[in-house]
Design a protein around this ligand. Structure first.
Ligand code: GH3
Ligand code: MG
Ligand code: MG
Ligand code: MG
Length: 312
């Protein structure tokens, strides 16, 4: 006697689980040559509040990954041209995609062959046919873990901003995109002025608070599409897509003035801090390092000219 699964109770629990608000819906890339089936999975996942995109053509995997940046890949095993496990191997060749969970979804029930597929770079093996609930749970659980891990790996713990290496990766990506679309792209380097004195006069804990408040100001005032990184101790790198040098200048000047007027206190003593900034706008011939270097040089000019200012 097998006790029937109470699907309504399970689904209700699942709904509650999914109701936990995600800052951004999980993205699932469905790679399957069977369009009808892929569309069915996409609908099921979208119904559960996830974002799903279908890739019917395995050869477009890198393009699809770069455009969609999935949290999870749902991968068919038997496809013409390139098998699922072969594709998993290709995905794992890119450092950037090493930790994206790959879930095989196939009618393959032979455990030897399932194992062989997993060894090539997959994380889970689901078999078709699959219930909607089982699919949602499997994908959701993997996506959630992957997001948590990715957050921990990429975010600076004091400010919650992207770490040095990650912000450079994002700049590579945005630079390629701006070359493709022709949209302007600006980069800003910020550095807190005389920060050593803040530490010396008020201690490192207060210094940390000052760094956090720059980060909070940036998070509050920049657009969702802007990218903010903690580039060094008290240095920040901003990537501003679809923003030219003049627009970036106006924006940074506003930020600079807001920050300069922010009061800090230590032992009933109030003090203010300032930062200096340098801006560079991408030209067609620039690479990531050149763009950062130009922003750095502009920052140096601001420092040299007396600090608490923005130059490009
Ligand atoms: P300048 O105006 O030329 O930028 O002067 P500065 O004093 O800010 O010079 P510099 O950039 O060389 O000094 C940065 C200091 O920031 C050195 C380091 O001790 C301190 N620092 C770096 N990371 C942290 C951090 O996470 N917390 C605190 N409290 N201090 C940090
Ligand atoms: Mg197939
Ligand atoms: Mg510095
Ligand atoms: Mg400094």
């Amino acid at each position: 006697f097998v006790k029937p699964v109470n699907t309504t109770a399970l689904e209700a629990r699942l709904q509650r689980l999914l109701a936990v608000r995600q800052r951004e819906a999980f993205r699932v890339l469905i790679v399957d040559d069977d369009q009808l089936l892929a569309e069915h999975y996409a609908l099921v996942l979208q119904g559960a509040g996830l974002r799903a995109e279908i890739l019917l053509e395995p050869s477009q995997i890198y393009e699809g990954m770069n455009r969609f940046r999935p949290d999870v890949i749902l991968l068919d095993v038997l496809m013409p041209g390139c098998s699922g496990p072969e594709l998993a191997q290709l995905i794992r060749l890119q450092d950037e995609w090493l930790s994206v969970p790959i879930i095989y979804l196939s009618s393959e029930t032979d455990s030897e062959r399932q194992l062989a597929a997993l060894v090539k770079g997959g994380d889970d093996f689901l078999t078709k046919p699959i219930t909607d609930t089982a699919l949602i749970v499997a994908v959701f659980a993997r996506a959630q873990r992957a997001r948590q891990l990715a957050e921990m790996m990429t975010k600076d713990s004091l400010t919650g901003l992207l770490q040095h290496a990650r912000v450079k990766e994002r700049l590579d990506h945005e630079l390629q995109r701006s070359e493709r679309t022709g949209e302007p792209l600006s980069v800003v380097m910020l550095d807190i002025d005389h920060f050593k004195k803040v530490n010396d006069n008020y201690g490192h804990l207060i210094g940390d608070q000052v760094i956090s408040s720059v980060a909070n100001l940036l998070k509050q005032q920049l657009r969702k599409t802007d990218i903010i990184g903690r580039y060094g101790g008290e240095e920040f790198l901003l990537i501003l897509p679809d923003c030219n040098q003049q627009q970036a200048f106006a924006l940074v000047e506003q930020l600079r003035q807001s920050f300069a007027s922010l009061p800090f206190s230590f032992d009933y003593h109030n003090f203010h801090c300032t930062f200096s900034a340098g801006i560079s706008q991408a030209k067609a011939t620039d690479d990531t390092d050149q763009l950062i270097d130009q922003a750095d040089k502009a920052l140096y000019s601001s420092k040299h000219a007396g600090r608490n200012q923005t130059q490009f």
